[in-house]
Design a protein around this ligand. Structure first.
Ligand code: SF4
Length: 224
């Protein structure tokens, strides 16, 4: 959720992932790996982001927090795939609560917004607000999210929500657009290799009418 008060400057709190992906990480943390909490939305989107951050000398803990996903069976399926990938990389996986009623309250009045509109902004803020709290509880040095890897998500909106959540909890948010450098295509290939389930709608019940056909050219975006 959007924080109302800024704590420190934007530059103090926002860490560029492209910086983290290079050598500065070791320098910043005195040779130690930087401890990052990664909010993941689903298994397929987590693949490339996890591997990119891990290559940048980041020690990751994965947090699955997506009470927006409807119905529950779909939620379980997405979570299982994300957990399976994290386990394969030997990364700790934290399961958030699926309080869908609480999420519905957060988007109340925005049900008829188009995908990419105000409901999605509230949804990003809701999920990243919890991720920021978990990052603080876990003692993470920073946190970020897989959400920007989706070609259907505006990175500016996601990063705004992450930065505001980070301000509220005083944990730096890594502002990034993981779809860049063929991020999304790489995640599609990795998911296919891992034989992962891939959803064909964003997640909430309001997005189900926008299901994207799974019969598509290779690597063409279905969803996420
Ligand atoms: S369409 Fe996706 S991002 Fe938007 S509110 Fe629904 S689940 Fe959240």
């Amino acid at each position: 959720m959007a924080g109302e008060q800024a704590v420190g400057s934007r530059d103090e709190r926002t860490v560029s992932a492209s910086r983290l992906a290079g050598e500065p990480v070791e320098r910043q943390s005195g040779g130690n790996m930087k401890r990052i909490l990664l909010h993941v939305c689903c298994g397929p989107c987590s693949t490339e982001v996890i591997d990119r951050l891990a290559a940048g000398n980041c020690a990751l803990v994965v947090f699955f927090y997506n009470p927006n996903i409807f119905p529950k069976e779909e939620y379980e399926r997405r979570m299982e795939e994300a957990e399976r990938f994290a386990a394969g990389r030997n990364i700790r996986f934290i399961k958030g609560d699926r309080d869908h009623d609480k999420w519905l309250e957060a988007v109340e009045g925005l049900e008829h917004e188009p995908e990419g509109g105000k409901r999605c902004m509230a949804c990003f803020a809701f999920r990243l607000g919890e991720a920021a709290m978990m990052a603080r509880r876990e003692g993470a040095e920073a946190f970020t999210t897989t959400l920007t890897i989706s070609p259907h998500k505006n990175a500016t909106d996601v990063n705004f929500a992450g930065e505001e959540a980070g301000k509220k909890e005083s944990v730096p948010f890594i502002s990034e657009d993981f779809k860049k450098k063929n991020g999304f295509l790489k995640s599609c290939r990795a998911a296919r290799e891992a034989k992962m389930y891939r959803q064909d709608y964003c997640g909430c019940e309001f997005s189900m009418t926008l299901r994207r056909p799974l019969h598509r050219p290779r690597d063409h975006p279905p969803h996420h």
